[in-house]
Design a protein around this ligand. Structure first.
Ligand SMILES: [Zn+2]
Length: 281
């Protein structure tokens, strides 16, 4: 987690706009937006010049309200959505020399399957609800080139055990599981190919508080055990506080503050962050 080490992920000037823009809003230095959209042409500027580094073994929290652009940012990083402009470099991929957003769709699939895992707020996005739980894990391993059924079964049961799904339920479909269990199967699936980076998007939102605490605790343990790097998006500063080493605060498509999580909690600088911190006390 040392600041002098090389980042594992480096994102530069990521922009995501919905709409073509107009004379009033195309020039970023002159545009007058209403929150994140242009009142003249209704173009939405969801992510505006987002730059950050994620270091090996680090948990970077991204906090903001809905509409702040944090989930759009995650979708862009995982190629669920095309960026409008920007660069993303992954050290384990071509030694960090290639902008991932310019890679072919085939290479992006490789990166999604081998180098990143994502856990979605809505389990329907991350799981096939009618497949067995172990089948969900195998699917991601097959996508990454695995063909050995016995090896996949043993890896799958190891992962389900790690996330505390009882093995006698591994052939059951996630649709039969509680919300907390579904998130744990998603986590196991995301980790199936041992990616160095996990993207977690509001993974405990909507769960009961006690279940939420269990899932967060599980993530914390896995992170420490495997020294995995995590990007963690949440609207809930309590979730960020529990897991993130550093935090970025997003508002209306922009990063308004970033720093060590402790520092941000003790001495928030931006008015929006101050409001977030005070509402948590
Ligand atoms: Zn406009």
């Amino acid at each position: 987690m040392s600041e002098c080490s090389t980042p594992i992920l480096s994102v530069k000037n990521l922009n995501k706009h919905f709409g073509a823009g107009c004379r009033e809003c195309r020039d970023a230095t002159k545009r007058q937006l209403d929150k994140n959209y242009c009142p003249v042409c209704s173009t939405v500027y969801s992510c505006q010049d987002i730059s950050f580094d994620l270091f090996p073994g680090e948990v970077l929290g991204i906090v903001g309200e809905s509409g702040s652009g944090k989930s759009t940012l995650m979708r862009c990083l995982y190629f669920d959505q095309e960026v409008t402009a920007g660069e993303s470099y992954l050290t384990p991929y071509k030694d960090g020399s290639s902008n991932l957003f310019e890679e072919s769709s085939q290479q992006r699939r490789f990166i999604r399957n081998q180098l990143m895992g994502k856990v979605y707020q809505n389990p329907v996005m991350g799981l096939r609800m009618n497949f067995s739980s172990i089948g969900n894990i195998a699917e991601k391993m097959i996508a990454a080139g695995s063909r050995n059924v016995a090896a996949m079964e043993s890896r799958g049961s190891e992962l389900l055990e790690r996330v505390h799904i009882p093995l006698y339920r591994m052939k059951e479909a996630p649709k039969n599981f509680s919300g907390g269990m579904q998130q744990r199967v998603q986590i196991a699936k995301a980790m199936s190919n041992n990616p160095p980076i996990l993207l977690l998007d509001e993974v405990t939102t909507g769960l009961d508080l006690s279940v939420q605490a269990n899932v967060l605790d599980l993530i914390k343990h896995l992170q420490r055990e495997l020294n995995i790097s995590i990007l963690l998006v949440s609207h809930d500063l309590g979730v960020i506080r529990m897991l993130a080493d550093r935090t970025m605060v997003m508002l209306d498509g922009q990063v308004v503050e970033q720093g060590l999580t402790d520092q941000i909690l003790e001495d928030p600088q931006h008015a929006y962050t101050q409001q977030l911190v005070h509402s948590m006390l």
